[in-house]
Design a protein around this ligand. Structure first.
Ligand SMILES: *Cc1c(COP(=O)(O)O)cnc(C)c1O
Length: 406
């Protein structure tokens, strides 16, 4: 039996939603692979991937099967009980990474909240309350809870909410000397995105991550990698720490982990995990059977040599064409990034106009992202068809030609 649904339009957003977003003028209603259709039946190619979330595109048959099978089995029991999908997912993550233990939650911010609380708890237990300082990087992004905007430290997200969490400082990204000058025996954690996502797709330097690891070891501080955006194949390795060969003490994952179903995870060692006892931290929905069943299926597809090699191939295909487009139309000064997290830095003439590029692309039927005002970001499905890449980039080039002609 189907219930008649009342028709809704984009204008309803301005009537009934809290106005903290400014969504596009069209409403997507259906997706398949890397194509999306809006209410009017218009088809778009999706290079945005729901902000690096739809790792296997839309409605991937393996994920639809995992979700519907679990939906017919068991939805939710809370953490008063454990469940089979959560245990299976933890086994998969532990087998595939440095970690021995997993904590599940529902978003990137929650994974980071857990990571920062764990880092503080470990330091508190081992060294006392003095050792509670966290060092993060300028322009980092870790989520929107009060703790995570405080660690992110970008005034546009953290100012205007009263007192912030204290004991947090920010040093320039990729600047090992700045980190060395700031770190002390009061530091409990250093938090780094191996590739800064939201603020421009900036990969870390190898020596920076290696140096940060050594400094943390010298000062008994934990190295936390926020892999919410870079994790689950995005970099062409399962996690970006594996790409760089620098192992953190705590790693956070979300976005692609659920392929579109909300789930987050914090991964760590047995020794560190032991500082969270029953009651220290928790969440009602975290590790629910639906999310964990889908994430298991995502990992099964992504974590194979073929899929990971395919991501690196697709990177090369995107990069070569984007460099050509950037040069021909004087739009980009640089194309950077790793795997299928690619940032095109706007040239001086187009600085600050990333939103205009997004809007132009959408008019020509391709969804892309920005990463700050100066970078056009691509975070498509990790298994996007080569034909969709080519067709999407044809559309993107038409949009760029039109935009730069005016
Ligand atoms: C998106 C993102 C977050 C926040 O994730 P949510 O699921 O939106 O809470 C945290 N860190 C990084 C690096 C991100 O890209």
């Amino acid at each position: 039996m189907s219930v008649e649904q009342a028709p809704v339009q984009r204008a309803d957003f301005d009537q009934v939603m809290v106005p903290n977003y400014a969504p596009a003028a069209f409403i997507p209603v259906r997706g398949l692979g890397s194509r999306v259709w809006d209410q009017s039946g218009r088809e778009l190619i999706d290079f945005a991937g729901g902000i690096a979330v739809n790792a296997l595109g839309h409605c991937h048959p393996v994920l639809v099967k995992a979700l519907t099978e679990q939906a017919n089995q068991l939805w939710h029991v809370s953490n008063v009980f454990t469940n089979e999908p959560a245990l299976r997912l933890a086994h998969k993550l532990v087998e595939a990474t440095f970690a021995d233990r997993a904590f599940f939650c529902n978003s990137g911010a929650e994974a980071n909240e857990a990571a920062f609380k764990l880092a503080r708890r470990v330091a508190h237990d081992r060294f006392g309350p003095e050792k509670h300082e966290i060092i993060a990087t300028v322009n980092s992004f870790h989520g929107r809870t009060l703790f995570t905007v405080s660690v992110g430290g970008q005034p546009k997200y953290s100012d205007g909410f009263g007192p912030k969490i204290t004991g947090i400082s920010h040093v320039a990204y990729n600047d090992l000397d700045a980190l060395k000058a700031q770190i002390s025996d009061k530091t409990c954690a250093v938090v780094i995105e191996p590739i800064q996502g939201e603020s421009g797709v900036v990969p870390a330097d190898q020596a920076y991550l290696e140096g940060a690891r050594a400094l943390c070891d010298q000062h008994n501080a934990l190295l936390v990698f926020d892999e919410v955006q870079t994790g689950v194949g995005r970099s062409g390795s399962l996690y970006a720490y594996q790409h760089f060969g620098v192992t953190p003490d705590i790693l956070t994952s979300a976005k692609s982990l659920g392929g579109g179903f909300p789930i987050g995870a914090m991964l760590t060692t047995s020794e560190l995990a032991s500082h969270f006892a029953p009651g220290t931290h928790g969440t009602t929905y975290g590790g629910n059977p639906l999310g964990c069943a889908v994430a298991c299926a995502v990992l099964d597809v992504v974590n194979t040599p073929e899929t990971l090699a395919g991501i690196r191939e697709r990177h090369a295909r995107f990069k070569a064409r984007l460099e050509l487009i950037g040069e021909q139309y004087g739009l980009f000064s640089k194309v950077r990034g790793v795997g299928l997290l690619i940032g095109c830095v706007l040239s001086e003439a187009w600085a600050g106009k990333a939103k205009a590029v997004l809007d132009a692309a959408e008019r020509d039927g391709v969804m892309v992202l920005q990463a700050g005002p100066d970078v056009v970001r691509f975070a498509p499905s990790l298994v996007i068809e080569h034909a969709d890449i080519d067709e999407g980039l044809d559309r993107f080039e038409r949009a760029v030609a039109r935009l730069t002609q005016v």
